[in-house]
Design a protein around this ligand. Sequence first.
Ligand code: F6P
Length: 537
Amino acid sequence: MILIDEISSISRHWDQTLTTLFKNDPGRASRFVAEGAGLRLDYSKHWLDCAVLSKLVDLLCTSDFLETRASMFAGDRINTTENRAVLHVGLRGKSTDNFTVDGAPVTPSVIQARNQAYGFAEDIRKGIFVGATGEAFTDVVNIGIGGSGLGPLTVAEALKPMIDGPKLHYVSNVDGAHLHDVLVTLDPRTTLILIASKTFTTQETMHNAAKAKQWISNVLGETAIAEHFAALSINVEAMRSFGIADTRMFRFWDWVGGRYSVWSTIGLSLMIAMGPEVFDRLLSGAREMDRHFQNAPADHNIPILMALIGIWYRNGFGLDTHAILPYEQRLHRFPAYLQQMEMESNGKRVDRAGEPLDYDTCPVIWGEPGTNGQHAFHQLLHQGTMVCPVDFILTANPINTDHESHSLLNANCLAQAEALAFGMSTDKVLEKMLADGWSRSDAIRLASHRTFPGNRPSSLIMMDALTPENLGALIAAYEHKVFTQGILWNINSYDQWGVELGKAQCNALRLGFESGDASKFSTSTQESLKWLLEKKY
Ligand code: F6P
C-alpha cells in the first residue's frame, strides 16, 4: 500500500535521537502536547519533529479517513464483512441527538433501553426488586466473557470508590474454578445473576450460566430463576428460552461490537453498583472525546495522534509491541481491556477487500500497572535489545487515598519516562562510578552493564483524576485510535473471524473427551488427549 510504503520511506531518513530533538527545540515540551475531553497527551518524547508529523497528517488526509469517520458516526455499514453499522458512539448519545442506522433513527431506542436499565438498577439499589425470599440483593454476579466481562470489570475496578450498591463479581472463564471461587463466597438468597452475552450463544458464558442456574434452583427452587436472573443481549429468543422474564431482558443491537459494548446495557452491573448518575458521567466523558475526535485538527487530536504515532513505529521502524503502563492501580485491568480492543480489532492479515497485506498491522499490546512492572519487565524496556513504545497513564490527584503516596507514584512514572528517553551514557556511568569510589578497572569492567541507551519513546496520558468522565474519555480515545489505525491499514477493525476456528475445533474435541476418539485431529492432539484421559482421576 502506497501510504505504508511512504511511512517506511520517511522513516529511512530519520536520524535524530530524543536527546538531540530536545536540545535543538527548546519549545518541544509544550509544542508536542494535545488536550481534549479532560485528557492531556504529551507526545514530546517520540521520534518525530514538525516535518514528520505534518507528513503523517498529510498521509492520513490522503486516505479515506475523513469519509469513513463521517460514515461511522452516520451509522453506515462500515463493518463490511458482517454487513453491520458500527455505532457504539450512538450509545453515548443524549435524547437530543439523532443517530441513525440505514437512515432510521436509533437514539429513541438507545435512550429507552438505557432508561429501562437505569430503572431496574435503581429498583435493585433501593431494595424494591428483591430475591425470592424477600431479601435485598447484596451481590451481583456478571457472567460474560470478552467485552461482555472485561468491559464492565475494567470500569468497576477503575471506579471502585464510586460503588455504593451491591458488591460486584465477574465470572468469565469456563474453568469451573472461576465460578466456584465466586459462588462459594455468596448466598443465593441475596445474589442477582446477570448473563451478559451479545449473542447469548458463547460457550463459556452459557455453560457458566447453566451452572449458576443450578446453584440458585438447588437452594431456592426453579421458580426463583425469574427473580434472581437478568440478561443483557441482542438475542431475545435465547434469553426467553433460558427462562429470563421479558422485563428482565436488557437489549442492545447488532451494530454494537462486543469489545465496544460497555456503553450499552452490558454496563448494567455498573449501573446497579454505582447508580445511573455515575454511568451517565462515564457516557458524557466518552461523548466529549467523540466531539474532540470529530472536531479537533489532526495535529491536536488525541486519538489521531496516538494512531499516527503507533503506525509510525509499527510500519516505519518495525516495532512489534506497545506497552500500556497505567500508574494508577485501579486501572489494573485496562491493559487487558485494550488487548481485546486493539488486537481483536486490528490483528488482521487481509485488507478490506480480502487481499493479503504485505505490511504489518496491530502490534502486541501488553502491560501492567506501575510501579509493579518496574520490578519485573522494566529491565527489558530500559536495556533489552528491542524498543517498545510505552503509554504511561497518570493522574494529578488520587481518589480516596493520600497525596503523599500519589506523589511517590507519579515521581516514579515521570522518572521512568525520563530514564527511557534520555538514558545514561557509558561515559557518565564511568564518571559517576569513579566519583563513588570504584576502582578504575572495576568501573571499566562494569560500565557497559550499567549503561542506559535511552532514546526509548513514550507518551504521557494525563488527567486530573480518575473520574467517571475522564475514564469514559480515555476508553473512547483508544476506541478512536483503533478506528484510525484500521483505516490507515485498510482493514476491517470490526469483525473477529480469527476466533472462530478454535471454537469449532473445541466443539468437536469436547466429544473426544467423552469417547476418547480424536482421530479427526493431529497425532499430537490425539496423544495429548490420550495422556489426559489416562491421568484423569
Ligand atoms: O472473542 C470473540 C467475542 O465475540 C468477542 O468479540 C466478544 O466480546 C466475546 O466473544 C463475547 O461474546 P458475547 O457477548 O456474544 O458472549
